[in-house]
Design a binder for this molecule. Structure first.
Ligand code: KIV
Length: 293
């Protein structure tokens, strides 16, 4: 979406009920699934970021991020797991709830964790219903291609928008042999295009493409009527998504495909050291932080 669609990120938080409008450009109060397709048709880049709690979700929402993904990357980013694989639905629900409670403009997408949807369309529907009913998500995302088309179809028929996820699918990292770029040869690229078409045909409202060569992502973007959202898939996708801790520089490492747009981790460390020093030196709390009666 155009930058002028967004609440003013420099000033005080603005109300999404009245975001500044670019002339002639309709501004959604709440980003909804039809806005995703409209953005693609207009050539406006969609912004997506992960969020796992209310504090960061509020900032991202006010900064004008279009889609907040409560990713199962909560596992390796927030919960101390080595991968996304151990994440449970019961761990996801409070995170989705927190993000959904505070986001006023963004479309909130909940990831379905490993083991909570693959067995059948019915299992998938039951988990997705929890994400909408108990947690307030607006849509769900799950990993996999054409073999999950029936899952997408059932959810769509049941009124639940689905975002697909192709390319490197972290829940399958044991099968894929680690975090590796996917669809590098022609056959795999053709399969990826076929998977994306099958998901879109079944009703998917967008497809995330993770770690695929840029020309392959461009091809998928061309053939799909719904937006592609890339992560390590080059600039040719309709939108981009990053894990927020990578985007903000929260740790010493970030993947090659992620730009560090800030050094928030270093700043948090600096603030924490300053706080600890002030307490040890008895400089905090000062009189202005103290109640005398
Ligand atoms: O869980 C997640 O953060 C994701 C993104 C990498 C797209 O699925």
């Amino acid at each position: 979406m155009t930058d002028t669609d967004r609440p003013d990120s420099a000033g005080a938080p603005t109300s999404p009920a009245a975001p500044p409008a670019a002339e002639g450009v309709p501004v959604p109060k709440r980003v909804r699934v039809h806005h995703l397709r409209q953005a693609k048709e207009r050539g406006e880049a969609l912004t997506m970021l992960t969020a796992y709690d209310a504090v960061t979700a509020r900032i991202f929402d006010e900064a004008g991020i279009d889609i907040l993904l409560v990713g199962d990357s909560i596992g390796d980013n927030m919960l101390g797991h080595p991968t996304t694989i151990p994440v449970t639905v019961d761990e996801m629900i409070p995170a989705v709830r927190a993000v959904a409670r505070v986001s006023r403009r963004a479309l909130v997408v909940a990831d379905l964790p490993f083991g909570s949807y693959e067995a059948s369309p019915q299992q998938c529907l039951a988990t997705a219903v929890r994400m909408l009913k108990e947690a307030g998500a607006h849509a769900v995302k799950f990993e996999g291609g054409a073999h999950l088309a029936e899952h997408v179809r059932l959810l769509t028929r049941s009124g639940i928008p689905v975002v697909g996820h192709l390319g490197f699918t972290p829940q399958a990292e044991n099968l894929l042999g680690g975090k590796r770029v996917q669809a590098r040869d022609n056959d795999a690229a053709e399969q990826l295009v076929a998977d994306a078409l099958a998901l879109a045909d079944a009703g998917a409202v967008a497809v995330v493409l993770e770690m695929v060569p840029a020309p392959v992502a461009e091809r998928v973007t061309e053939v799909l009527a719904v937006p592609t959202i890339g992560i390590g898939a080059g600039p040719g996708c309709d939108g981009q998504v990053l894990v927020w801790t990578d985007m903000a520089g929260m740790t010493g490492w970030s993947p090659r495909f992620a730009q560090r747009f800030g050094e928030v981790g270093a700043e948090l460390y600096r603030a924490t050291r300053a706080y600890a020093r002030a307490v040890r030196e008895r400089a905090f709390p000062a009189p202005e932080h103290t109640y005398e009666r």
